[in-house]
Design a protein around this ligand. Sequence first.
Ligand code: AOS
Ligand code: ZN
Ligand code: ZN
Ligand code: ZN
Length: 427
Amino acid sequence: MKIEQYQIDQHNDSLLSRHNRQLLFTNEQLGEQGIHAQEVINELAAFQVAIPSWALGTGGTRFGRFSGGGEPRSLEEKVEDVGLLHALNRSSGSISLHIPWDIPEQANSIISLASSLNLKFDAVNSNTFQDQKNQEQSYKFGSLSHVDPKVRKQAVEHNIEVIKYGKDLGSKALSIWLSDGSCFPGQSSFVKSFQYTLESLQEIYAALPDDWKVFVEYKAYEPNFYSTVIQDWGSSLLFCQKLGPKADVLVDLGHHLPNANIEQIVATLMMEGRLAGFHFNDSKYGDDDLTVGSIRPYMLFLIFVELVDGMKRAGKGSDGYAWMIDASHNVKDPLEDLLQSVEAILLAYAQALIVDRKKLEQARNENDVVLAQQILQNAFRTDVRPLVRESMRMNGGSIDPIGLFRNLNVRSELMNERGKLTVATGL
Ligand code: AOS
Ligand code: ZN
Ligand code: ZN
Ligand code: ZN
């Protein structure tokens, strides 16, 4: 299944006059505030969000999994699915692989498939949270933090192998998420766990190519429920600072304790130049991995307000960070879900770009709390959808990705090709 340019253009043509009217209105509205809409559109058009290979199939819970059908059965089909997304929105130009779920048998052929779809390979992810068939040592009681040096060695070697796969594909980063921790008080020593993890990470760090980074992801709990070795951004930052300049902190939105002020965490990490990027998702309770922007869009906006600020301070564009979606669940078509997530990210980014920074600064200096809040909410309450649509159209994508996905019956085409009962490899 491939989406042709003429199909996108035809669909856009049918929506164009309405889109143009709405865009004109938004342009005028922003113009009155001294904002050039086209500049915002250009920033949006440059923003690319990586798609993880494990989000392309229907996720399950520990209570079961309901297959949606037409799911990718191989790495090739996963790349093809991301190709479909990118054809529609032109904002999902890379795929993030997970080893060993996605072992590239032949790097060359997978690279040429990806480049024919204008895709790159984002960070590669290691997996020491499951035991694989024929694996000598078990990760039941940890991996990089394990009390047994043989287990740590195996986990370090796995990560170094993942780097090798990534090198062949042109990736530039290794993402590490550890499930290491303890389920009960007394089970392990916090200090020893930290120190073993640091030693293991140092070995992995030493194997990084010069132009690579390692992203250190934290998570407060799950699957360990008493303690996690890299439990929060502070621990993650500490590891990164000890490792060196190639290590940065990866923020997954679902990995915080309730009510954490994530935007402040982001601001602090950016101030220190240690933000690697994001795993975007949304949640109501924990690491729910729901569609981005589905539960707390205002929080997402406030995070982007800090991101935009931090990027300006650092003199970096959005391509200086690793943006990825990390979501997967039970009830939606995974491709439609990802289109919704990318759109939500771009909407929050657009809203953050139109915040009147000068006025905000002034309001802050005058302690005008009411005005400061109003400035942010004025941006949040502006309908920026025409800008996001225009950025996709400008790049050759669809004004209405989900509408076109449905018009073209993409899912039933995929079911015809791949079957109705498919199980994608992954979580
Ligand atoms: C787990 O909770 C983390 O979010 C990971 O980033 C990711 O979901 C996992 O590594 C899947 O590969
Ligand atoms: Zn994550
Ligand atoms: Zn997670
Ligand atoms: Zn998550």
